[in-house]
Ligand binder design. Structure first.
Ligand code: HEC
Length: 202
């Protein structure tokens, strides 16, 4: 479910971005007539795309246990670019239009940086404690390497809705039929982060 939403988000953001690039280029190159035609013919698409982009964005945000600083900057940039773009295109003000495109490009770039960071699995290694190693040693037995094994009634970790903090609590205290796992606090943090980044939603 969240995979499909995440994909919809990426596609709508990309379309939104492309429409904006074309519009800005037309405005900057003094093609007012073409700009008007383009704006008119893409009006409905733009409305659908921007609604999808905002709705899916808000939904994805609600899935995060904590909103990273980079994401806040991204959200502020996107939200601030909207009035700038509206005024810029309405008044055919090139500076404002270019500025709004710059803001959107900036937030698009930030999203990429964020993705790279996540792919590198920054959260996995906490002070050199390797979450994956602990997972393989202490969790695979019941949960399996993909989290789906479900041995002795273990929950499917690939579909867990829990946040990193709750996962850590379960590891340290156990829950119903899962006995607590005897590891240090640091190790629990690392393995919870590993479950969050590499098992959940995979
Ligand atoms: C001896 C088997 C066993 C081991 C080892 C084990 N678990 Fe579990 N785990 C379970 C069982 C059984 C449940 C279901 C508990 C329940 O019904 O409340 C569970 C539930 C969970 C849940 C709750 C998921 C949810 O969505 O409700 C998390 C998170 C979890 N385990 C993480 C881990 C992690 C991380 C490790 C390794 C540090 C680990 N477990 C080791 C058996 C195990």
């Amino acid at each position: 479910m969240s995979e499909a939403i995440s994909l919809t988000h990426r596609i709508s953001v990309t379309l939104f971005f492309l429409i904006y690039v074309v519009k800005t280029v037309l405005l900057l190159s003094n093609r007012a007539d073409l700009l008007q035609k383009f704006t008119k013919s893409t009006k409905v698409i733009e409305m659908i795309v921007s609604a999808l982009f905002l709705i899916t964005g808000v939904y994805l945000m609600t899935l995060l246990p904590k909103i990273p600083n980079l994401l806040w900057i991204k959200i502020i940039l996107v939200l601030a670019s909207i009035p700038v773009a509206i005024i810029g295109f309405k008044k055919q003000n090139k500076i404002l239009a270019a500025l709004s495109l710059l803001m959107i490009t900036g937030s698009y770039g930030l999203a990429e940086v964020q993705k790279k960071k996540r792919e590198k699995g920054e959260t996995v290694a906490v002070n050199n404690v390797n979450g994956k190693e602990i997972y393989d040693a202490k969790c695979v037995l019941c949960h399996g390497s993909d989290g789906k094994a479900g041995l002795s009634g273990a929950s499917d970790l690939s579909v867990t809705q829990l946040t990193t903090d709750s996962i850590k609590l379960i590891i340290q205290n156990g829950r119903r039929t899962m006995v607590k796992v005897d590891i240090t606090d640091e190790q629990a943090t690392a393995v919870a982060a590993y479950v969050e980044s590499s098992v959940k939603g995979k």
